[in-house]
Write a protein that binds this ligand. Structure first.
Ligand code: HEC
Length: 99
């Protein structure tokens, strides 16, 4: 019985630690995957990228000044309407995803 209580307690802790995806990340899943590891559109895996790089990249796509793999036409519309706050939120979440 004691073991069960411990297991439940451990489960709660791990749930509390796992960051919840910001709602806006739903827009990214079709191309980048739930886990940020999908690369089928010619992009790199974004999971675990440094937060500062993610912010810089998303602002670059928003401003249409970044075209790292020659596929920015696919990415630009997804960044076009992001606010700085949403970019910050996304970068925090994606940088925390396991590589
Ligand atoms: C229609 C598919 C598509 C969607 C949806 C999409 N992306 Fe992308 N993303 C791409 C492609 C293609 C690239 C590579 C663009 C290039 O050539 O620079 C990319 C690049 C990136 C990169 C840089 C990674 C690299 O390859 O260097 C980041 C970070 C990123 N996307 C984040 C996001 C986020 C966050 C969202 C959701 C708001 C999103 N993307 C939605 C297709 C998509």
């Amino acid at each position: 019985m004691k073991k069960l209580v411990l297991l439940i307690a451990a489960g709660c802790v791990s749930m509390a630690l796992a960051a919840e995806a910001p709602a806006i990340y739903k827009k990214c899943i079709s191309c980048h995957g739930v886990d940020g590891k999908k690369t089928s559109f010619g992009n790199d895996a974004i999971a675990g990228m440094p937060k500062a790089t993610l912010i810089e990249d998303l602002k670059g796509y928003r401003a249409k000044t970044l075209n790292r793999h020659g596929k920015a036409n696919l990415m630009n519309p997804n960044a076009a309407n992001l606010t700085d706050e949403q970019i910050e939120e996304l970068a925090t979440y994606i940088s925390g995803l396991a590589k």
